[in-house]
Design a protein around this ligand. Structure first.
Ligand SMILES: C[S@@+](CC[C@H](N)C(=O)[O-])C[C@H]1O[C@@H](n2cnc3c(N)ncnc32)[C@H](O)[C@@H]1O
Length: 261
């Protein structure tokens, strides 16, 4: 749901509801994949048997939450400000037999109710950019125990230079987009020790996110009787997909893994 979030401030309420409607049927609302969630878990060196307290922030319909529940001995608070997504997550958790490990919290990520040093793990896939990477890592740090782990994926330049067309697009959508070295510096500046980093492969964008979304376009448009607003949303999503196809050599999501010092 990159498009939803980056355009959010410019959306009217109706457009926002339409975006929710398009995205709530999806397993994911942004690029990612179960294998990559597992890889991040390995790089985070989390003790899978220890009883852990985990927050999955901006969890959407819960693809990462379900993976964490399956692989950890944890109590997971799944946080999102959209109740519709959390309702989907609850049904999926029940179907997967992991509902007892997950509680949902409808809350904005800039007003989280956790206590200082409460959490062993903070997880945020494709979501921290809603408040900005630097603000997120600095504000959320106090919720982590010393030695606790932050795992956050963040849109990242994967080359040092690029055409002005894609530079200007992302500068307008998300001015904090930067290289991994710059993001790692931010983590260090805010009291984290980076212990892992990898880049999401193309499948995480195309197979896991864009293709399933495109397969929902037709029904979405017919549900909304091809309204101008619904068509505009599909058009904007398609534009984002086309940009990715043309410029994927230059950006992806980086997955950052860091411990609280
Ligand atoms: C790109 S989606 C990623 C969802 C999920 N983590 C995934 O990878 O499929 C971003 C999520 O952040 C949520 N979100 C956006 N702004 C938020 C805020 N201020 N507080 C809490 N959640 C927010 C959206 O509702 C959405 O579910």
């Amino acid at each position: 749901m990159a498009a939803l979030v980056v355009r959010q401030k410019k959306n009217t309420m109706d457009e926002f509801q339409l975006l929710i409607d398009l995205h709530k049927g999806g397993m994911r609302q942004g690029p990612g994949g179960d294998a990559q969630t597992k890889l991040a878990l390995e790089l985070a060196r989390i003790d899978r048997k220890a009883p852990l307290k985990v927050a999955d922030i901006g969890c959407g319909t819960g693809a990462s939450t379900l993976m964490l529940a399956k692989h950890l001995n944890a109590q997971i608070t799944a946080v999102d400000f959209l109740q519709e997504f959390l309702d989907d997550l609850t049904s999926r958790a029940e179907q997967a037999g992991v509902a007892d490990k997950i509680s949902t919290l409808t809350c904005s990520m800039d007003d989280l109710p956790f206590a200082n040093d409460e959490l062993d793990v903070i997880w945020a896939e494709g979501a921290i950019y809603n408040i900005g990477f630097e603000k997120g890592v600095s504000e959320w740090r106090r919720f982590l125990k010393a030695g606790g782990v932050l795992v956050a994926s963040e849109i990242t330049w994967i080359t040092d230079s690029r055409s002005s067309e894609i530079q200007e697009h992302w500068d307008a959508e998300y001015p904090e987009i930067d290289t991994a070295s710059a993001k790692i510096k931010i983590l260090e500046k805010h009291g984290y020790s980076p212990i892992g980093y990898f880049v999401l492969p193309e499948d995480c964008w195309v197979k896991e996110y864009y293709a399933p979304m495109q397969s929902r376009f037709e029904e979405f448009l017919s549900r909304h009787k091809n309204s101008e607003e619904a068509m505009a949303i599909v058009h904007a999503e398609q534009k984002e997909i086309d940009l990715y196809r043309r410029f994927k050599a230059h950006y992806s999501y980086g997955v950052y893994i860091a411990t609280k010092i």
